[in-house]
Design a protein around this ligand. Structure first.
Ligand SMILES: Nc1ncnc2c1ncn2[C@@H]1O[C@H](COP(=O)(O)OP(=O)(O)OP(=O)(O)O)[C@@H](O)[C@H]1O
Length: 893
């Protein structure tokens, strides 16, 4: 499991619950997973197929969501596809039923309409699970009910023995029960994680949605987009969406727009440009909702009170899914609270109407709070925080507390005197001295407190009303869509105490709105995002230059993404780029150690990043290989050498050969890299292995020393093939053109072999290298060393080009083996009279046999090898993703 997590996703440890859920799925158990947005639910169904090599089928409600996930998975080397109406790949269906994908997405409509033949075929090929993502869509009590979800249980009959995994980010007890019943989950393993998104800052601003306010919003948003941060502005109506969008565009901010009245193509285009960072701002109605899988949205602004606290939690949760610090602002005005009728219009019955009203009122309460917003949100979902969060506007605001006993007394007694039969408006009008017909008719103008509240505006009183509801001095009840405010038992107690002892203080924190209204100016809403818990560039102590490097590397990622037509986040997350900027790795091995770097990334992008990190760090005068994160096992010169661009042995060589050829030769000869590894070294787009071979042969022709025996072995050039090439050249009568020579030879003789042969001949080494006499063979031409142990026999130079360095294949000490081969094996080999030497294979074998092994133990085990050699082998195995390091121990991939 850990191997798949690091290899495909680049992470070295699981988040809470992930491991446990994956294990249950592997054990064949149904699961119900209720975890917060961005907590990492997807991994729970994406890892099992990689472990079992069977397909995971994922039912997901939206095509756009599936397309994003497939795009991201492909960038990680996970074979994935989706089946749906917009699928243009005609072979997707056939490949899917043959089990050719690790993860196969489909809409619920597709899932229930596929023929049973499809499911039978796929099951024969292998299905490891069926996941139902956004499972709350099953429940009429959920906020995104989808009829087709209700029919998914039909698949149970077709997929006997396949574990079902239902996942959702929001589910009350009732919705959970619905999911379980509807999907006929069998004794499910239920996980309910915390709903706390500690990296999100929550804040609320009250506003008058005038032009000047739009200007303020534009200012806020432009600051974010200028530093490359993505923002979503959610509006409650299409008209407002258009207004805000227009204001942003007029201000020169590239922004997208998304709402239900746009055509599907325009919406898709808008969505696409947002996830690819072509626009940094999306102004949208909530139609732009569940389908957003972009992990690096940094700010969500709700322009208007949302229809429910559940939907607010979901929508605001669309930011900071990569766990980096992000902010959620909610702007409301009082007229938003009159929209209850509008939201209730779709209610089919009284119960539904009540459910809608309850959630809408919870959202209002959230707007009006003067206490910790996170605490309130979590309480709503049944979770208690031990203390205030310190990361919302109310927690970070300069405390504005005051004794409000007099005002409270007035409002409570007025409400009581009016009989608790009204909302807040009428008692407030009484306090402000209104003689409206309703007031006079009811004799409220005769009340003692009539006209005694003129010092404050109606909105101030309403804000106080909201505050007193939040503190339980007032109680708000809803009948149909009408709201009534009455004095609660706690309020009654307060009134009677205030009657007896004049001046009982009631110290409360004023809401931002109350302060605004008193000051008649805009409040200084302090945005946190600076919670101690969540890393920000500042808290991670990024210097100015490191921040610059971070921005530059974001641009590198952006360019790469544009080149290959994907979203930047699909290449790697912002946190990974932060780690690059902070640690500035100079080698593939160091880079592959960084969290978020997966195998696919290393093979495709590490070259580009190392090159840019090296160059940009130099420009910014930042040292490479800073190591606040775990450094590679040991720093030794042998390993360090791999890092820098190797220096050629002869100073004039680069001029003659060019840097690429010198580098290829150095890596092959000095660092013993394979052709393949050189092909990928520091390159976003690898060169061909043939090119690498040609480069090295060019270097040899210019006089660079070469281990010819190893070269022949890796190219596959045996003495027999060499004799064949010699004959072919004689037959053709020329060595100038390769094609006629090739045509004279069997198909398995490659151009690389012919070129190698010609170079060897050209250097006059043919006799030495292709002689069949093992004892006299040697290949290290430049060393001039006659010791056969330094060379290799013609036999050893077998035709297997993939033969690995130091491969022992169990022939140690075989009597028939030539003495020098035995000696070679002992040098790299496994055992000799009580000592054990390290080779790639023997180290791999050791790591595989243990459940994690420490460097010191590996070194101790291989007592026949120097510590540096062991470290070098480990680093090499790590960078090739054969092993990885966790908690200081090496583990097998
Ligand atoms: N073990 C892990 N270590 C580090 N990052 C992780 C880990 N697991 C997941 N992530 C990252 O967390 C982010 C959110 O994960 P994911 O998309 O799975 O969340 P989710 O719970 O499915 O959210 P949603 O409810 O929005 O679909 C992704 O960027 C993912 O790569």
């Amino acid at each position: 499991m850990e191997a798949a997590l690091k290899g495909y996703f680049g992470y070295s440890s699981f988040r809470p619950y992930q491991r446990e859920i994956i294990q249950k799925v592997l054990d064949g158990r149904d699961c119900l997973v209720v975890m917060a947005t961005g907590s990492g639910k997807s991994i729970c169904y994406q890892i099992p197929p990689l472990v079992t090599k069977k397909t995971a089928v994922v039912v997901s409600p939206l095509l756009s969501l599936m397309q994003d996930q497939v795009m991201s998975l492909k960038q990680k080397g996970v074979k994935s596809e989706y089946l749906g109406s917009t699928q243009t790949n005609s072979s997707a269906f056939n490949e899917a039923e043959k089990g050719m994908f690790d993860v196969l997405y489909m809409t619920p409509e597709k899932a229930i309409s596929l023929p049973s033949r499809f499911w039978n075929n796929l099951q024969a090929a292998g299905i490891c699970l069926l996941a139902v993502d956004e499972a709350h869509c099953i429940s009429e009590w959920g906020h995104d009910f989808r009829m087709e979800y209700k029919e998914l249980h039909l698949l149970r009959g077709l997929l006997v023995g396949v574990p079902f995994v239902a996942l959702t980010a929001t589910a009350t007890e009732r919705v959970r029960r619905d999911i379980s019943t509807s999907l006929v989950l069998c004794n499910p393993h239920v996980v309910v994680g915390s709903f706390d998104r500690h990296n999100l800052f929550y804040g609320v601003k009250s506003c008058n949605r005038s032009i000047s306010f739009i200007n303020e919003l534009v200012k806020d948003v432009s600051k974010r987009s200028a530093v490359g941060e993505s923002t979503i502005v959610y509006c409650t109506t299409i008209r407002e969406t258009e207004q805000v969008h227009e204001a942003l565009v007029t201000a020169g901010i590239k922004s997208g727009i998304y709402h239900g009245k746009m055509g599907s193509r325009a919406r898709e285009e808008s969505h696409r440009s947002f996830i690819r960072d072509e626009v940094r701002v999306m102004v949208a109605t909530i139609a732009f909702g569940m389908g957003i899988d972009k992990p690096d949205v940094r700010c969500i602004i709700h322009y208007g009170c949302p229809k429910s606290l559940e939907s607010y939690y979901q929508e605001s949760g669309r930011c900071g899914r990569d766990a980096l610090s992000s902010v959620c602002w909610l702007y409301y005005q009082r007229s938003d609270f009159t929209k209850a009728d509008f939201y209730c219009a779709d209610a089919k019955n009284g119960t539904q109407r009540k459910a809608i009203m309850d959630s809408f009122m919870a959202a209002q309460k959230y707007c009006l709070l003067a206490t910790c917003r996170r605490r309130f949100l979590l309480q709503y979902f049944g979770e208690e925080l031990n203390s205030d969060c310190g990361n919302c506007d109310n927690c970070t605001a300069v405390k504005n507390v005051r004794d409000l006993s007099k005002e409270t007394f007035l409002l409570l007694s007025c409400i009581k005197s009016c009989g608790g039969r009204w909302g807040l408006n009428l008692p407030i009008d009484v306090l402000r001295g209104s003689r409206a017909k309703k007031i006079v008719d009811n004799n409220y103008d005769k009340l003692q407190m009539h006209g005694r509240g003129k010092d404050y505006s109606p909105n101030w009183w309403k804000a106080l009303g909201g505050l007193l509801i939040a503190h339980d001095y007032l109680k708000e009840t809803v009948r149909d869509t009408f709201r009534f405010v009455s004095v609660s038992p706690k309020g009654v107690k307060f009134l009677s105490a205030a009657d007896k002892i004049d001046g009982t203080p009631l110290v409360l924190q004023l809401t931002a709105e109350m302060i605004d209204l008193e000051e008649h100016g805009s409040s200084q809403h302090k945005e946190g995002g600076g919670s101690n818990l969540v890393p920000t560039l500042e808290s991670e102590k990024f210097s100015e230059d490191e921040s610059k490097l971070y921005q530059m590397l974001l641009n590198v990622r952006m360019e790469l993404a544009q080149d290959i037509g994907t979203a930047p986040y699909a290449i790697c997350g912002d946190q990974t780029i932060r780690n690059f900027a902070k640690m500035r790795p100079s080698t593939g091995a160091r880079l592959s150690n960084i969290d978020g770097v997966n195998q696919h990334f290393v093979s495709r992008f590490s070259g580009t990043f190392i090159q840019n990190i090296t160059q940009l760090s130099k420009e910014l005068n930042l040292p490479l290989d800073n190591s606040p994160l775990p450094p590679p096992p040991t720093i030794n010169p042998a390993v360090e050498n791999i890092a820098g661009v190797p220096k050629p042995v002869q100073n004039n060589l680069p001029g003659i050969l060019g840097d690429a050829k010198v580098t290829a030769w150095e890596l092959w000869q000095k660092q013993e890299f394979s052709f393949l590894k050189i092909a990928y070294f520091r390159r976003a787009v690898p060169i061909k292995e043939q090119t690498v071979i040609a480069y090295i042969l060019d270097a040899a022709r210019e006089g660079c020393e070469l281990d010819w025996s190893r070269f022949c072995r890796e190219v596959g050039l045996t003495p027999e093939i060499a004799s064949g090439i010699r004959l072919a050249i004689a037959k053709v009568g020329s060595r100038d053109k390769l094609k006629p020579i090739k045509e004279e030879l069997p198909e398995n003789v490659t151009y690389d072999m012919i070129k190698t042969f010609l170079t060897i001949e050209g250097r006059g080494l043919s006799e030495q290298i292709f002689s069949n006499a093992p004892a006299s063979s040697h290949a290290s031409e430049a060393s001039g060393n006659d010791n056969p142990a330094d060379g290799v026999t013609a036999d050893a130079c077998d035709a297997n080009p993939s033969a690995k360095r130091g491969q022992t294949d169990g022939m140690v000490g075989s009597a028939e083996e030539p003495a020098m081969k035995l000696q070679k094996i002992e040098e790299h080999g496994v055992e000799s009279s009580g000592t054990t030497s390290a080779t790639e294979e023997s180290v791999l074998e050791l790591v595989a046999s243990r459940d994690g092994v420490l460097l010191d133990d590996v070194v101790k085990h291989f007592n026949g090898s120097k510590r540096e050699s062991v470290v070098e082998i480990l680093v090499s195995l790590e960078s090739e993703f054969e092993i990885y390091k966790k908690n200081g121990k090496f583990m097998i991939m």
